[in-house]
Write a protein that binds this ligand. Sequence first.
Ligand code: T5A
Length: 209
Amino acid sequence: MGKFIVLEGLEGSGKTTVALYIVKILKSYGIKNVILTREPGSTPISEIFRTLIKYGKDGDQDPITSYAELLMFYAARVQLLENVIKPSLLKGIWIVGDRYDFSSYAYQGGGRRIDKYFIKNLSRVVLNNFRPDITFYLDISPKIGLSRIENKRKLDHIEKESMDFFNRVRLSYQALASENLNVVTIDASQTLNQVNSDVQYYIKKLLKI
Ligand code: T5A
C-alpha cells in the first residue's frame, strides 16, 4: 500500500510549494511512484467542478449557494478518492494531496458557518471515514498568506472573501489540528527552508528512517 499525505492551510500558506518538495524528497528516499493531486480537481469531472466553484457560471445571474458549493466540493472529492486515490494506493503509489476533507470543515464549516455536524455526516457517508496517513497543516495568518498571492492571478470567488471569513477558517483549522490524530501543525510564516526542514523531519518519521 502507498501512503496518503495531505497539505492543508489558507491560501498562500505554501501548500503547493511544499507538496512539490515532498514529492522530491520521497523520490530521493526511493519512493518513485508518487502522484500529486489538488482539490478540487485532479480528475476530468473534478476539474469541471473546480472551474464552476471558483468562477461560477453566468456571474450574478446564478450565484452559488453555500450548500451547492459544499456539495460540489464533496462531489469533486469523491470522484478523486474513488477513481484516483484509492486505486493508486492499492497499487503501492503514494499520493501527495494539495487539500482534502479538512478544507470543507474549515471553509464551509468555519468560513460559511454551515453546521459542522451536517458536514461530518456528509463526509462520513460520502468518504466512508477514509483518512490520510498524515496531514500537514500549514498555519499562517490570512494577512501574510493573502499577501503572498495577491499579485498571482485573477482572484476567485473564495479568495475575494473578507478577512473575518479567513480568520474563521484559520480558527477552524487550528481546532481541527488539535482535535485530530495524525495532524502536524507547521508554522508557515517561517522561511521556506525552515518549513521544508520541519516537513522533512515528519516524512522521515513516516518512512521510519
Ligand atoms: N476550498 C477547497 C474550500 O473552500 N473547500 C474545500 O473543500 C476545498 C478542497 C482552492 C480554493 O477552494 C477552497 C479553498 C481555496 O480558496 P486553489 O486555487 O487551489 O483554490 O488555492 P489554494 O489551495 O489556496 O492555493 P494557493 O496557490 O492560493 O496557495 P498555496 O498552495 O498554499 O501557496 P503556494 O505554494 O502556491 O505559495 C504561494 C506563494 O507563496 C510563496 C510561494 O513561492 C508562492 O509565491 N511561499 C512562501 N514565501 C515565503 N515563505 C514561505 N514559507 C513560503 N511558502 C510559499
